[in-house]
Design a protein around this ligand. Structure first.
Ligand code: NDP
Length: 287
């Protein structure tokens, strides 16, 4: 397989990806809507194409790293994709990825969707922990495995093009809830005679210890058993949540970040599930 590819998009992430391929000796053609933003890659040895159509025509492998799915549709509008391998590293929903996969197939190409689990400074850095979820064409993934493993590790999660986005968004959603809790915790201590730096250490240690609960939730879900082995039951936690909410009020902190979760726990417990652990809330969320 020749070491050539086209990259559409040289924003912060696209530039980091492009630099990694250039550093590994790949021949890179780049296009960006705002031409000036290709300068960093051009300096590093990339060939700059004047239009997206010319960039696509230059190579069989096309990597996209644009803002959102709509930008992908705009950038590829009217371009012949016959015989092209399209790797879409633009963040989107699972439905976006499935629709885009069919859209590329209608135009004669095949698609691999990717969800990047990293920020730009981690790209191309050995040992940074950066990786990309991939789903979609298994043949494309296997044929291009060497190239795909240059900027970050790879995790192939299935032929359904929507799965990379699903795993990506599930991890980001877990992170979003975690940061909501972190912001609430800092707000409780704000204005008090307490060092944010010292508290940060305590919070990081506590949250790290609590990640030990994740495996137990998975086990309950796998067995469809939400009561066996429960050491912190919902009824107890609902009472504890009252203390959390009253403390927020005492400290003048809005409970808006934690209230949706404490409300769900109270509702599920009141519906007769007070002896369950946290895993029971997963199905309660799905209605
Ligand atoms: P940037 O905002 O730096 O770059 C966005 C890119 O999309 C630019 O190349 C921009 O072109 C292009 N673009 C936007 N709208 C259009 C359009 N309508 N038509 C054509 N091109 C368009 O974002 P990033 O590079 O940081 O992010 C790119 C993707 O990578 C996103 O999907 C993001 O979610 C994902 N990602 C980013 C991470 C990060 O930390 N940065 C982490 C993980 C994933 P122009 O220069 O002309 O505006």
């Amino acid at each position: 397989m020749t070491k050539t590819l086209t990259l559409l998009g040289s924003g912060d992430m696209g530039t980091a990806l492009g630099k990694a391929w250039l550093a590994a000796g790949y021949d890179l053609t780049v296009w960006n809507r705002t031409a000036a933003r290709t300068a960093r890659l051009a300096e590093a040895g990339a060939t700059v194409a004047g239009t997206a159509a010319k960039a696509v025509a230059a190579n069989d492998l096309i990597v996209l790293c644009l803002l959102d799915d709509a930008s992908v549709g705009e950038a590829l509008d009217g371009i012949d994709l016959a015989g092209k391998d399209v790797v879409n590293l633009t963040t989107g929903t699972p439905a976006d990825a499935r629709a885009r996969s069919a859209w590329v197939a209608e135009r004669g190409g095949r698609l691999l969707d990717g969800g990047i689990m990293a920020v730009p400074p981690m790209i191309g850095v050995e040992g940074s922990g950066a990786y990309v979820f991939y789903s979609g064409s298994p043949e494309l993934f296997e044929t291009r495995a060497d190239l795909l493993s240059v900027p970050a590790g790879t995790r192939y999660v299935g032929a359904d093009a929507g799965f990379a986005a699903l795993y990506d968004v599930a991890l980001l959603s877990g992170m979003t809830g975690m940061f909501a809790g972190i912001n609430h915790a800092f707000a409780l201590l704000r204005g008090e005679n307490a060092s944010p730096a010292e508290f940060a250490t305590m919070l990081a240690e506590w949250l790290t210890a609590m990640t030990g609960m994740i495996g137990g939730i998975a086990e309950s879900l796998s067995k469809n058993d939400f009561t066996t082995g429960v050491t912190s039951n919902l009824a107890m936690m609902v009472t504890g949540n009252g203390t959390l909410l009253r403390t927020a009020a005492e400290q003048g902190v809005s409970a808006e970040l934690i209230a949706p979760f404490t409300d769900l726990m109270a509702r599920h417990s009141a519906a007769g599930h007070g002896d369950e652990g946290l895993a029971g809330l997963v199905d309660a969320l799905r209605g």
